[in-house]
Design a protein around this ligand. Structure first.
Ligand code: UD1
Length: 357
């Protein structure tokens, strides 16, 4: 097979790592980086740490409004696919890079395979939800991590080419994080095993609102343990713009750090008392390692983590966040709902059956 893979944002590098490795054992992959994430701490560090081959093409689109950013990617990918004529387009997740990759391919009748298909928050105000729905409906092969994702697709009439393969982020976790000793990372940030919260906040709905971001800062300052907060560039920019950055830096309980690498993040996650996040992927990663999660959103795509008691949602309100963080519990069981950490192999086997018969 000749596959064009499109990645562009941090979570996609993490998902692509095990799949690139499995795919390239027997097939040809052209890896395209859209340039949606471009700071070294948001991009190159993941390629280096996770052994992802350097991108064959970097579109360098950078930041912009959703339309402008997606449009620049679409035009460049259209040209590239016309030249490359691959057997398949492979896309991951729900970012603007995912949408551009799928749309460019679908318009040129190149089959699309979507990894992490079928996820729904049922909140169309999220740009990611719009991307998910559109990409799933343009895809020929849909790789779902969970039964719930299969059910979501069926409810929208999408049943052909749908496969449950587990979650590729579990593959990455098993390959790259389990053997890492977390102690040096914890020491570096001045925290002790089980004695702190790990936090990430980057969704537009929270980080673009001065009122909501200020509630988050006030809540984090009041928690019963220190909060190691890995600050996304968008959030940092807005904290500064809204005059909140000084409050973050001067808070005795917030340890604000620049975006962390994959192994640093997973070491800090393993050692945390709980995770406070609005990230999608990190809700699952907390489940993988048995750390309770408080999700700073009013919906989630990872509903199983809620049903099993490992995750709870909270509205963005100072008292609500403090109350949710203060009442996390450790459920007794953690079933293997995300597969066995060998999803990448299953994905490649299914693609081979479909494209090399
Ligand atoms: C994007 C994805 C989101 C994903 C997240 C992971 C979409 C719609 N959103 O959100 O689903 O969870 O990536 O991080 O695709 N910026 C930098 N340096 C960078 C990248 C971004 O400073 O390397 C700043 C810029 O100010 C930019 C802002 O962050 O405007 C937002 O970046 P963007 O890629 O548009 O969205 P994310 O918030 O990262």
């Amino acid at each position: 097979m000749r596959v064009v893979t499109v990645v562009g944002a941090r979570p996609q590098f993490i998902k692509a790592a095990p799949v690139c490795r499995a795919l390239r054992l027997r097939h040809e992959e052209l890896l395209v980086h859209t340039g949606q994430h471009y700071d070294p701490s948001m991009s190159r560090v993941f390629f280096d740490e996770l052994g992802i081959p350097a991108p064959d093409v970097d579109l360098g689109v950078g930041s912009g409004s959703h339309g402008a950013q997606t449009g620049r990617m679409l035009a460049a990918l259209d040209e590239l696919l016309d030249i490359e004529q691959p057997d398949l387009m492979l896309v991951y997740g729900d970012t603007n890079s995912t949408l551009a990759g799928a749309l460019a391919a679908a318009k040129l009748h190149v089959p699309v395979a979507h990894i992490e298909a079928g996820l729904r928050s049922f909140d169309r105000s999220m740009p990611e939800e719009v991307n998910r729905v559109l990409v799933d409906h343009m895809s020929d092969i849909l790789f779902c991590p969970t039964v719930c994702a299969i059910d979501n697709l069926a409810a929208e009439g999408v049943t052909r080419g749908v496969h449950q393969v587990g979650d590729v982020m579990l593959d990455t976790m098993r390959m790259f994080s389990e053997s890492v000793d977390p102690r040096p990372v914890l020491d570096r940030h001045g925290v002790e095993q089980g004695g702190y919260y790990l936090a990430t906040v980057h969704r537009a709905a929270t980080s673009d609102s001065s009122e909501r971001l200020s509630s988050v800062v006030r809540a984090f300052s009041r928690l019963d343990r220190p909060v190691v907060w890995s600050v996304h560039p968008r959030t940092r920019h807005n904290l500064e713009r809204f005059g909140l950055w000084d409050d973050v830096v001067s808070s005795s309980s917030i340890v604000a750090v620049d975006p962390l690498s994959y192994t640093e993040t997973s070491a800090l996650l393993r050692g945390a008392h709980a995770l406070l996040t609005d990230s999608g992927g990190m809700q699952k990663e907390a489940y993988f390692v048995g750390v309770p999660c408080v999700t700073l959103r009013d919906s989630t795509e990872w509903i199983e983590t809620i049903e099993l008691g490992w995750n709870r949602l909270t509205v963005i309100d100072e008292d609500a966040i403090v109350a949710a963080a203060g009442s996390v519990t450790l459920p007794d069981s953690r079933p293997e709902i995300y597969g066995d950490g060998r999803s990448a192999e299953s994905i490649v086997a299914i693609l081979e059956q479909a494209f090399t018969a």
